[in-house]
Design a protein around this ligand. Structure first.
Ligand SMILES: Nc1ncnc2c1ncn2[C@@H]1O[C@H](COP(=O)(O)OP(=O)(O)O)[C@@H](O)[C@H]1O
Ligand SMILES: [Mg+2]
Length: 245
């Protein structure tokens, strides 16, 4: 299997001295659905930022064979599409159409190609009827879907989502699970909701205090009572039961 992401001995310290990641080694294969789990402050968001080249630390990160470094960043950000914790950070244009078109326009696609990409991305997230709406008028669930569409329109090989389940009601969370499960891409999802994580992940990587504590088959990790309790995480209810999401 080809590697989507390869992280070797990566450490990152914020300018104020906080050590957010220490000696991370992680290798993610193409098409894998990986959930990054861990309590608040564990380092999940920082790890995602680092993968997309927003947190330059020590060690090495390779995305689809490209080293994360300045000269490769433009390309890397078309290969890995990231949705940050707050969808408002991603929606800044007058209409939803413009937001979803932003990426493909920057990639140099012509107007016709951009229209096709936007229509496809909006259809995938079920928002095709809202293309002309102002993103700041969307509901929380719609904003999440819209932010995902801004990434899908670039057709990245890897999609990284930071707590995409945040502020979603159960029905929208269920819809999001269905959407994410059907995406063909490599998925990396940070969350502290174990029901959500269990519904999507094949593989779980437990992070705490900037280190990888456990890495393995999602169900094995999340149903390890001792491990979950030790890191203040709840066990999922039932893997195939999304009613408890
Ligand atoms: N901009 C920042 N400046 C300083 N410290 C930060 C910053 N962002 C996050 N941190 C710290 O880095 C650590 C990891 O944070 P983060 O990656 O956001 O964790 P998580 O996403 O798992 O909640 C925490 O100790 C947090 O306080
Ligand atoms: Mg976070």
């Amino acid at each position: 299997m080809a590697k989507a992401i390869e992280i070797k001995r990566f450490s990152y310290k914020y300018p104020d001295g906080t050590i957010a990641l220490s000696d991370i080694n992680l290798s993610i294969e193409e098409k894998q659905k990986v959930v990054l789990i861990g309590p608040n402050g564990a380092g999940k968001s920082t790890l995602m930022l680092a993968m997309a080249g927003f947190a330059k630390g020590e060690g090495e990160i390779i995305v689809n064979g490209l080293k994360v470094e300045k000269k490769n960043l433009k390309k890397i950000r078309t290969v890995i599409g990231c949705c940050f914790e707050n969808p408002d950070d991603q929606l800044f244009m007058p209409t939803l159409f413009d937001d979803v078109a932003f990426g493909p326009l920057n990639m140099g696609f012509n107007t016709e190609q951009v229209k096709i990409r936007v229509a496809q991305a909006l259809r995938t997230v079920g928002m095709e009827a809202m293309a002309e709406k102002a993103p700041h008028h969307l509901s929380a669930g719609q904003k999440r879907a819209a932010a995902i569409a801004t990434v899908l329109s670039m057709s990245p090989d890897i999609i990284a989502l930071d707590e995409p389940d945040g502020s979603l009601d159960p029905r929208n969370r269920e819809k999001l699970v269905a959407l994410l499960k059907n995406l063909p891409q490599t998925l990396i999802i940070a969350t502290c909701n174990m029901n959500f994580a269990a519904a999507i992940g094949d593989r779980a990587v437990l992070v705490d205090k900037g280190r990888i504590i456990a890495d393995g088959e999602a169900k094995e990790i999340m149903f390890d009572t001792k491990l979950m309790a030790e890191y203040g995480l709840e066990m999922p209810a039932m893997v195939n039961d999304t009613s408890e999401l």
